[in-house]
Design a protein around this ligand. Sequence first.
Ligand code: ARG
Length: 436
Amino acid sequence: MSDYIWKKGSSTDVDARVMRFLAGEDVVLDRQLLPFDIRASQAHARGLARIGVLTAAQAEAMTESLDALAAAFASGEFVLDARYEDGHSAIESWLTERLGEIGGRIHAGRSRNDQVAVALRLYLKDRLARLARFCADIARICLERADREQAVPLPGHTHLQQAMPSSLGLWWAGHAEAFVDNLALARQTAQWLDASPLGTASGFGVNLALDREGVAAELGFARLVVNPQYAQNARGKVELRALDALSAATGDLRRLAWDLSLFASQEFGFVRVPANFCTGSSIMPNKLNPDTVELLRSLHATVVGARTELDNVLSLPSGYQRDLQDTKPPTIRGFERGLAGLELAPGMLSGLEWQTERMRSAIAPELHATDRANELVGQGQPFREAYRQAAAEIDGLGRRRAEDSLRARISPGGCARLELGTLKTRLEGLLDASLE
Ligand code: ARG
């Protein structure tokens, strides 16, 4: 272990077991944050040069050395491990080992408290951009398949009981619209947290005229978190909202996965999940199970569990408390697992094979009763009377074809008028503004 950056002599020796407990999973989690921490450190160094705390040459030397650290980390040559207390200390140690006393100048005007907060905001912006991209990918596949398969009949269910003839077009477009909404939420959330806490130091500001705006602009932030106390109090709060945006997507994926796992059962027999997304049974030779669908369904539990854990850490007074370190495991676990699942969804969705004859023949005659009632309404009957007449005529509905029912479903959004163009225009509009 390299010396702690806060070590002041033997009076600050800490028991090794205590240190292990305090560090927790920190160095492992900080591997996700290190590239962002490095970028923020470079911007901070340049900011210090602008106000004369560093010379231009010192800032340049630091920036170059940090580029080398980023490259060594990316190639695996530098490993962030228990030799360091955390990623922040590793950055300072790297600089000090290579640049001597110049390295010790990087921490002027900052604390690990704002350092971790800015790295986390950059991490969340990056992951929310990925979330937005995956939502867009899912929505695009759903819209394409809605267009291609719009006229394919599918029994519509309420209460898991057959209800009315529906279509693959309506089913796909329903999931598409969900993911367009989720894309919008990811982007709104990214904008909402797009503020730099860097330069608020330990939570009280510093007696240096830091160029906080310039540093924030260089890092691509839209604005500052102005108040140093709030920069700390917002920690965990922004992660919570980011997990909310993620959970909107994983929650919708859960529904979609539920539909598919029902439709893929032999009892329904509506769909085949592509074999490269399935695994076999260790004992039953006959089986190929839709495991991907199932683990995409349980993904939401991981995200919501993470959110709950995080929320419970936040029972805190104002300012930095070490408890805040415990907001990192659920945030990073939730995002890494959640995004890994969402990324798989488009491939699985594009490979689905529908058993269209089976779906058509599953539509029993009585499913046309609501259409019949509305036809009578079209002829001028009061709906309640038409409802009773259609109920009495159910036995006579046997000759109806599902395709005719779908063609007549002309209310906006209905099977004959899916408004795919409207959904596509909204999707493209959200994508137009840059995602990064
Ligand atoms: N690992 C710490 C965290 O995530 C970094 C900040 C440490 N700050 C401190 N004052 N000990 O919160």
